[in-house]
Ligand binder design. Structure first.
Ligand SMILES: *[C@@H]1O[C@H](CO)[C@@H](O)[C@H](O)[C@H]1NC(C)=O
Ligand SMILES: *[C@@H]1O[C@H](CO)[C@@H](O)[C@H](O)[C@H]1NC(C)=O
Ligand SMILES: *[C@@H]1O[C@H](CO)[C@@H](O)[C@H](O)[C@H]1NC(C)=O
Ligand SMILES: *[C@@H]1O[C@H](CO)[C@@H](O)[C@H](O)[C@H]1NC(C)=O
Ligand SMILES: *[C@@H]1O[C@H](CO)[C@@H](O)[C@H](O)[C@H]1NC(C)=O
Ligand SMILES: *[C@@H]1O[C@H](CO)[C@@H](O)[C@H](O)[C@H]1NC(C)=O
Length: 513
């Protein structure tokens, strides 16, 4: 079969890559005791059962149903709502310490505020109990792109200050109902990328943007609304953290954090211009979230370049936001080069990118782009160490996306290389003093992806969407991660052996489906 020569080629590439990267000699014992390894998903991406048991649509449902995610939706997704027990068993088999998932606000509180849906409550109680019963630590995100559509319709969701109160009340329900068993809470997922994608470029829910910045914009203001959204996301986080600390932390002994999407950035050239553009990119993209959390205000370059379009913190808000996080959750996939774009500041009408005055250079490697710069993860962790006082960090997402290659996706050799290289880079950072405490591969299963639905995949487990039972199959990466988690030392020889096992699995079990 074609597959044989294909995997032979991959094998030769693999041994090459492993040698070049030089990260093939570590085990999990090289990480500090208590360092947590897990994997993650989010509610709309995995649960399905979108119209079942009282759940109402979120802005992500609306976005997907308008056809923006490759025409796919999360209506069924991986049917995690019904298959959670099977999935938790897979986590046990894989050897995960922890699982990161999110709660669907509109499943728990269908109108966004008011009565709790007993069936939603039951589902999350079941999932959490199943995880705890199997010895897997739950890490819960409260808001992952899926704001209840009811609140969007009522007052414009994240563009209205009312969201702060409603979000805090929703979080209160979660702490009260689940906080006896959940110790790791993340308020909002990647506010920076959510704001840029959803309110500037218009490529993510709720798809607000204004010409000429976004694609096919029908509503929004790319010059001001990304900043307004970030502002209320930060205030909602801070208000929720205050509630948790005041009312729950003393007895529940958990931790509350927020996640930040962090690209690695390096200057395209050594010119002064590119070097300071790189600092601006860090200040805008990472700093718009991290700076207020640590210092109580936006970076000064943001205040200067954005001017009156950037909401200002009152003294009270600044105090509320400053120090409002027990840990930072870092999402990192890739490193880009940065080129100066100061000329953009001469334009009167600007969006986030133009205010940043830096160009992100997207270099396309032909195989898998993330593989180019695994050291970027160490760079990001060094940045948090040196600029933001080395807070406790959980890497909540890291992984390799591939266009869906059908059956052959079980042999995800480049994902194995990616994980091996990035976990090696993480180890280097930890050895050099980073306060990283855990690592969560994205994603556990092939889930419904934000931009292209089922057209791409990040999973360690393939989900057969042609099968009415949505059967899961381990990819090579699942075997690799499992081997690593169970204490194995990983080297190219072993990956080859794993690949043989997986090929056999894929041929025998898939053909019998
Ligand atoms: C552009 O927007 C219109 C109106 O909302 C919609 O009908 C059309 O499908 C959109 N096109 C694209 C490419 O998103
Ligand atoms: C966007 O908001 C800014 C600041 O409020 C305003 O000056 C600008 O005219 C608005 N742009 C659009 C396209 O509505
Ligand atoms: C990627 O492909 C393009 C043409 O398809 C080729 O010109 C280029 O050299 C390739 N780059 C690498 C890094 O292989
Ligand atoms: C694999 O591909 C074959 C032929 O395209 C298809 O019939 C089968 O359903 C696929 N199996 C899986 C598990 O996707
Ligand atoms: C290791 O940490 C030191 C002290 O923070 C720093 O100066 C150095 O650049 C770091 N090394 C690397 C490779 O990042
Ligand atoms: C890889 O691991 C196997 C099994 O532990 C060992 O026999 C082999 O020598 C290792 N290869 C290298 C290159 O370290």
């Amino acid at each position: 079969m074609v597959r044989v020569s294909h995997s032979f080629l991959l094998l030769s590439l693999l041994s090459l890559a492993v040698e070049v990267l030089g990260t093939d000699k570590y085990t999990r014992d090289d990480f500090p005791p208590g360092f947590v390894f897990g994997s993650g998903t989010s509610a709309y991406q995995v649960e399905g059962a979108a119209n079942e048991d009282g759940r109402t649509p979120s802005i992500w449902d609306t976005y997907a149903h308008a056809g923006y995610a490759n025409g796919d939706t999360g209506d069924v997704a991986c049917d995690g709502y019904h298959k959670y027990k099977e999935d938790v068993q897979l986590m046990v088999d894989t050897g995960l310490d922890a699982y990161r998932f999110s709660i669907s606000w509109s499943r728990l509180i269908p109108n966004g505020r008011g009565p709790v849906n007993p069936k939603g409550l039951q589902y999350y109680n079941n999932l959490i109990d199943e995880l705890i019963g199997q010895g897997i630590q739950p890490h819960v995100t409260l808001q992952n792109y899926d704001l209840p559509q009811a609140l969007e319709d009522e007052y414009g969701g994240w563009l209205n200050r009312k969201i702060v109160k409603d979000f805090t009340a929703y979080a209160d329900v979660c702490f009260r109902e689940f906080g006896d068993r959940v110790s790791y809470w993340t308020t909002v997922n990647e506010p920076n990328v959510f704001a840029i994608g959803g309110y500037d470029l218009g490529i993510a829910p709720p798809k607000y943007c204004s010409p000429p910045f976004g694609l096919n914009c029908s509503r929004g203001n790319s010059s001001s609304e990304p900043y307004i959204a970030v502002h209320y996301l930060l205030l909602a986080h801070a208000s929720t953290a205050r509630l948790y600390r005041k009312r729950y932390q003393g007895k529940q002994h958990g931790f509350i954090g927020v996640s930040v999407y962090a690209y690695g950035f390096v200057p395209l050239t050594n010119s002064m211009e590119d070097v300071s553009a790189t600092q601006r990119a860090q200040d805008f993209i990472i700093g718009c979230v991290a700076h207020p959390l640590v210092f109580g205000d936006y970076p000064s370059i943001m205040k200067k370049n954005v001017g009156s379009r950037l909401p200002a913190f009152t003294d009270h808000e600044s105090e509320l936001v400053k120090g409002s996080t027990d840990f930072l959750a870092v999402i990192h996939y890739i490193t880009f080069s940065i080129k100066d774009n100061s000329g953009s500041l001469e334009f009167k009408q600007r969006d986030f990118n133009m205010d940043m005055a830096a160009k992100i250079i997207i270099e396309r490697d032909n195989s898998s782009e993330g593989l180019l710069k695994p050291w970027g993860l160490q760079g990001v962790l060094e940045y948090f160490k040196q600029v933001y006082g080395n807070p406790p960090i959980y890497i909540y997402e890291n992984g390799l996306g591939q266009r869906n290659p059908g059956n052959s996706s079980l042999e995800d050799t480049s994902r194995v290389e990616y994980l091996q290289a990035y976990i090696g880079s993480l180890l280097n950072a930890v050895r050099n003093g980073s306060n990283a405490r855990g690592y969560f591969q994205w994603s556990f299963l092939d889930v419904f992806e934000l931009l292209d639905g089922y057209g791409s995949n990040y999973g360690m487990y393939y989900v057969d969407h042609h099968d009415p039972d949505l059967k899961r199959y381990p990819k090579l990466s699942a075997h690799w991660y499992s081997h690593f988690l169970k204490g194995g030392s990983i080297n190219s020889t072993q990956v080859m052996k794993l690949e043989k096992i997986t090929s056999v699995t894929s041929v025998s079990t898939l053909n019998s489906v």
